[in-house]
Design a protein around this ligand. Structure first.
Ligand code: SAH
Ligand code: ZN
Ligand code: ZN
Ligand code: ZN
Ligand code: ZN
Length: 533
């Protein structure tokens, strides 16, 4: 079967039936770019190409690296498009206007003032998601403001801030306390002393809480995240406003140096990078970024330790395994499946003025999911030897001496594959025709000549995901949908603009008015889909 050429470039999932969309958009990294990529408010843009199966590559274009929704960033430029001086100036002005209202230094100054205030003076505006100083009170009079912000609350900003969950671009899936605790314990057992948290604000928070707690741990943490709201709570040396899809530090060289110093400290000893990127993102730009962070860490290494690798935990769904292997062949997927994320009831939070967090484990939706299975698709990918990572037996893990790793009890060693093959916590069955283990719900189909769900339609793209063909999620939750939709829309829009231009015979600038109807999926449904996938 021909390699699918869609947004993510290749078959994502092991055991995928191989049905793929016939067209999509890929990101390209020219080895010798003639010109640097133009800038959007989120830093350098990425170069994309729309591809159709069996057809030649079409014209390439630049679009935002971070935003998977045109509403969040509508940057679009053909690779060979020449912009007038006026348009370049307007773009620059727009990019500046989109930057956060306060500089990083101003945020730190405000924070220092804030902690000097008495408890009753410490207020937080929920509408503006901002800590208020007495001078600001009047402006926020009409807003919902919570008072008496304690130092404990200040140390847990992820509970004070609303998770950005309504935006495709930046859906924040926060770890449930238990999962976060597991990670912190693991990091400390493995002896790490510094953690570079890339898109893991809650992990960062918990590490710092432990470092200042009674049973002091000595782990330091630096958070890199695109969510600027965090800069209100951390000093320059513990938070950098950062875009992980293009390795862009919004606060320039000073912030880059903070990161570099952190990685290179102690000759790079004792540091690990932990990342939990948004699923909708592209694997390749992430891999390129992580390689840049690895290179920064390497600078601190002495000659004789040049063979060493920067330890990494990359938290991502299991169906991206083959994609991750493409860029990091040494990475192993751990079988730890109890990665629960909190489900935050924003509506209720608005009503009661506080966050109501529900562990997926205790959540009604979770318990009554369609399949009744109790796991999330999220796994840890790592270059740390898996035999060093002890998974708790009380949570149902055992050590497989043949695989030299901890696996869930249901994950049985297949003597034909010579490996514990289950990816999803159920016992998989070996198919001698496919020569591999497959999900228990699959049977071998002689028409398709591979295993599939019993009620699949032969040769048809009907069951499983319509976009990527993978069987464990539907089109609406496909990790590629947002990106490919956006890019297709961008191309369509560009075409439309062209034809409008021709019709009107003018050279009117780009319209900012989006008439596209976005389907609003209700939160419940989305959570349900996530849990049942
Ligand atoms: N489970 C993690 C949160 C993961 S949600 C925890 O509990 O700590 C994904 C995180 O990545 C969010 O914090 C989000 O703000 C961040 N993020 C999303 N897009 C990003 C980008 N382009 N660059 C950097 N961080 C990003
Ligand atoms: Zn952008
Ligand atoms: Zn306000
Ligand atoms: Zn097998
Ligand atoms: Zn089969």
């Amino acid at each position: 079967m021909a390699a699918p050429r869609d947004w993510l470039g290749t078959v994502e999932a092991e055991g995928s039936a191989g049905r793929q969309a016939s067209s999509g958009v890929e990101v390209v990294f020219p080895s010798d770019p003639a010109t640097p990529a133009p800038l959007c408010p989120h830093g350098p843009t990425l170069l994309f190409v729309k591809v159709n199966q069996g057809k030649e590559e079409t014209r390439r274009f630049y679009a935002c690296s971070a935003c998977r929704d045109r509403k969040d960033c509508n940057f679009f430029q053909w690779e060979d498009e020449k912009l007038s001086g006026a348009r370049l100036a307007a773009r620059e002005a727009h990019n500046r206007k989109c930057q956060p209202p306060l500089s990083r230094t101003q945020c730190v100054e405000r924070y220092l003032k804030f902690i000097e205030l008495s408890l009753s003076q410490r207020k937080f505006c929920q509408r503006c998601q901002q800590l208020l100083l007495p001078d600001d009170w009047e402006k926020h009079q009409e807003h919902r403001v919570v008072g008496d912000i304690s130092i404990t609350q200040l140390k847990r900003p992820s509970q004070l801030l609303y998770p950005l969950e309504n935006k495709k671009t930046n859906a924040q899936y926060l770890f449930a306390d238990r999962s976060c605790q597991f990670l912190v314990d693991l990091l400390s057992t493995l002896g790490f002393t510094r953690v570079l948290c890339v898109g893991t604000p809650r992990l960062h928070e918990l590490i710092r809480l432990k470092a200042s707690g009674e049973k002091k741990s000595n782990i330091k943490s630096l958070l890199l995240d695109i969510d600027f709201r965090y800069s209100q709570f951390y000093m320059e040396d513990s938070f950098c406003h950062y875009n992980m899809f293009n390795h862009h530090f919004f606060d320039g060289k000073a912030a880059l140096e903070v990161c570099r110093t952190f990685l290179k400290e102690d000759k790079g000893e004792g540091v690990i990078m932990v990342t939990d990127p948004p699923f909708g993102g592209l694997v390749e730009p992430l891999a390129v970024t992580f390689k840049k962070l690895i290179a920064m860490w390497k600078e601190g290494q002495s000659q004789d330790s040049s063979h060493k690798e920067l330890p990494i935990f990359w938290i991502f769904p299991y169906f991206f395994e083959s994609r991750i292997h493409q860029f990091f062949p040494s990475f192993c997927m751990l079988d730890y499946q109890r990665f629960h994320r909190t489900f935050i009831c924003v509506d209720e939070a608005m009503k009661y003025g506080c966050m109501l967090e529900v562990d997926y484990d205790n959540h009604a939706l979770y318990k009554h999911g369609k399949t009744g299975r109790k796991q999330s698709p999220v796994r840890i990918f790592t270059n740390i030897p898996p035999n060093k990572i002890i998974l708790p037996s009380e949570e149902g893990y055992r050590f497989c001496p043949l695989c030299q790793r901890y696996v869930s009890l249901e994950n049985q060693h297949c003597e034909h594959c010579n490996s514990c093959t289950s990816k999803d916590g159920r016992k998989w069955n070996h198919c001698f025709l496919c020569k591999k283990c497959v999900k228990p719900s699959w049977i071998h189909c002689s028409i398709c000549s591979h295993c599939a769900l019993p009620n699949h339609s032969c040769g048809g793209p009907k069951d499983g995901c319509f976009i990527c063909g993978e069987l464990d999620h539907k089109r609406s939750t496909c990790p590629k949908i947002a990106t490919s939709k956006k890019a297709n829309k961008a191309v369509r829009k560009q075409k439309q603009r062209k034809s409008n231009k021709m019709k009107m015979g003018t050279t009117k600038g780009q319209s900012m008015n989006h008439t596209s109807v976005t389907r609003k999926k209700n939160k419940r449904e989305r959570a349900h889909q996530y849990l049942c996938s």
